[in-house]
Each structure stands twice: as structure tokens, then as C-alpha cells.
Design a protein around this ligand. Structure first.
Ligand code: NAD
Length: 289
């Protein structure tokens, strides 16, 4: 059984979207051999280009040395095959879309193909780590590692302890988080954990306010930033998270925690219209200029 970050040399990140590309970035910069898998070849290319651009910016700002940037980019191995991505790895971090069936399927596959010692982590924002772990024969080596967006800038990783997660697995996840330069907190497995439960509620309420004409999106964002000292407005935040991702989280929390999380119909309309946020150039706000 692995018991420290030193025992982790190779990680596989499943999903190269908003979160997966950021997790691969911080993993590679921390010195882990990092395989980045996605079902979309186009998304893998986008992830590589975005990571290079972010690391270059880090160099320009004096936060990353050119040598560290080059080494990090070298360490990221783009993979279009799941089996090749997880072959022999020490840690898997799943960052696929927020759909339970998909996560159960990926964990089942990882359990079948990964070595016995491999730890399986999910970056789910809200879903039951215990249930995801139960799709494997190694629930004690399954954990939630909930990163924040943008991963290379945000300080926290929320570690989620499933019912069967072992102390050794938590210790390794804490050590890996520290090596990635992050703080961590260990939270009990409960729908929405500590952060998404609050954040989804604020964002949903902001949409109900927009629907009711309480104010424009800009004015509601301005009110929360300047009046309540939030670093970002709720609409700026949901555009960053992705409206589709936020809607999946709300649907899950609604099913698990009840009426207070019923998604605002206006969010559903935005998602149906394809206004998924910054990642597609348009969400509540327009980013095409
Ligand atoms: N967006 C956020 O701010 C945020 C923050 C914390 C956690 N999360 C969580 O991270 C996870 C990913 O969210 P995201 O925002 O990066 O989503 P995203 O839509 O930006 O990216 C998901 C990626 O997964 C890929 N994918 C689809 N099916 C796959 C499969 N079978 N195997 C591997 N990859 C597959 C897609 O091609 C896409 O590139 C979700 O569970 C989400 O709840 C999101």
C-alpha cells in the first residue's frame, strides 16, 4: 500500500476539459509524470495549447522558471486511449462530466485495468464518493479530490472521505495536494460537500433574481462583489464553472437535498440555447470580443 506522495510517480487525469487540463498542469508542474486522457482529440489539443499559454504567462510573471515550464510540458503525455492512459499508473484523477453513470463506468474500468496499489480519485463537485467507490473492488483506495477553477490559481483541494476510504488513502491525497502546492481540507461524503453546496445555492438564487427582474446580471454581480465582498459575482462564477456543469450539480443536489436546490428554469434555458459559459465564448456574458 502506498503511504506518501513519494510513492506516486505517475498520474492519469481522465477528461481534459476545464478541470482536467488544470489538474494535469499542476500535476506536471509538481513533478508527476502525467497522462491526460480525453475522448475528444480536439479537446486534448486545446488542453495542450491552453496549458502552454498559462505556463508562459507564469514565466512572464516570474512565478515559473522557463526550465520548470519546459519540464512540465514534457511530462504531460496526451492519450486518446483510456487503457493506455491508466496502464501502470499510481493515481487516477477522474475529471469527466458530472454524470454519475459515466463516473461509475470509468471507475469500474480503472478498477479492472489498474494495478492493485492505484488510488482512484474523482473530481466530482457534488456526487457520492461512496457510491462511485462501490463500483470498484477497492473502495478503501477511492477518494474525492475536488479541485477548484482555475486549478493552477486556486489554493484549495477539498478531499472527500467516502464511507470506506482508508486513512492511508487520505494521507496520500493530502501529500499529493501539498506537493501540488495546495491546501486541503477533509470533508465527509455528503451531497455537495462543503463548497458546492453553498456555491450552487448562491448561483441558483442569483438566477431566480435575474428571472424576477431584481437587477441586471452586471448589477447583481456588482452588488455581491462590492457590497458583500465576494471576489467574483455569481454570474461571473457560473460562466467560469460552465452552466451545463452547474445545472448537473443542481439536479443532483435537488434529488438528494430537496426543493431548495430546484434549478431555476432560466439556467435550463441558457443550457438549451448552448450558452454554456466562458468555455464556449458565451454564457450569461459574451466573451467573443
Ligand atoms: N467547472 C468547474 O468549475 C468545476 C470545478 C470543480 C469540479 N468540477 C467537476 O469536474 C468534472 C469535470 O468538469 P469540467 O468543468 O472540467 O467539464 P468539461 O465539460 O469542461 O470537461 C469534461 C471533459 O470530459 C471529456 N469526456 C467526456 N466523456 C469522457 C469520458 N468517457 N472519459 C474521459 N473524458 C470524457 C469531455 O470531452 C470534456 O473534455 C465534473 O465532475 C465537475 O463537476 C468542475
Amino acid at each position: 500500500m502506498t503511504d506518501s506522495a513519494e510513492s506516486i510517480e505517475t498520474i492519469a487525469v481522465l477528461g481534459a476539459g476545464t478541470m482536467g487540463m488544470g489538474i494535469a498542469h499542476v500535476g506536471a508542474l509538481a513533478g508527476f509524470q502525467t497522462r491526460l486522457f480525453d475522448v475528444s482529440a480536439e479537446q486534448l489539443e486545446r488542453a495542450q495549447a491552453t496549458t502552454a499559454r498559462r505556463l508562459n504567462k507564469g514565466v512572464d510573471l516570474g512565478k515559473v522558471t522557463p526550465e520548470a515550464r519546459d519540464a512540465a510540458l514534457e511530462r504531460i503525455d496526451l492519450q486518446g486511449s483510456l487503457e493506455a492512459a491508466i496502464d501502470g499508473v499510481d493515481l487516477v484523477i477522474e475529471a469527466a462530466p458530472e454524470k454519475l453513470d459515466l463516473k461509475l463506468d470509468l471507475f469500474g474500468t480503472c478498477d479492472r485495468y489498474c494495478p492493485e496499489h492505484t488510488i482512484l480519485a474523482t473530481n466530482t463537485s457534488s456526487m457520492s464518493v461512496t457510491e462511485i467507490a462501490a463500483s470498484t473492488q477497492r473502495p478503501e483506495r477511492c477518494i474525492g479530490m475536488h479541485f477548484f477553477n482555475p486549478v493552477h490559481l486556486m489554493k484549495l483541494i477539498e478531499l472527500v472521505r467516502g464511507l470506506e476510504t482508508s486513512e492511508e488513502t487520505i494521507a496520500v491525497a493530502e501529500a499529493v495536494s501539498a506537493r501540488m502546492g495546495k491546501e486541503s481540507v477533509v470533508i465527509k461524503d455528503y451531497a455537495g460537500f462543503a463548497t458546492s453546496r453553498i456555491n450552487a445555492m448562491i448561483g441558483n438564487e442569483a438566477f431566480y433574481m435575474l428571472e424576477a427582474g431584481v437587477g441586471t446580471a452586471r448589477d447583481i454581480d456588482k452588488a455581491l462583489k462590492l457590497g458583500l465582498n465576494h471576489p467574483m459575482g455569481p454570474f461571473e462564477m457560473i460562466d467560469l464553472v460552465g452552466l451545463d456543469t452547474r445545472l448537473s450539480i443542481l439536479n443532483y443536489l435537488h434529488a438528494k437535498l430537496g426543493e431548495k436546490y430546484r434549478p431555476c428554469p432560466l439556467i435550463e434555458q441558457y443550457v438549451k440555447a448552448g450558452r454554456l459559459g466562458k468555455k464556449v465564448g458565451r454564457g450569461v456574458y459574451d466573451y467573443t470580443d
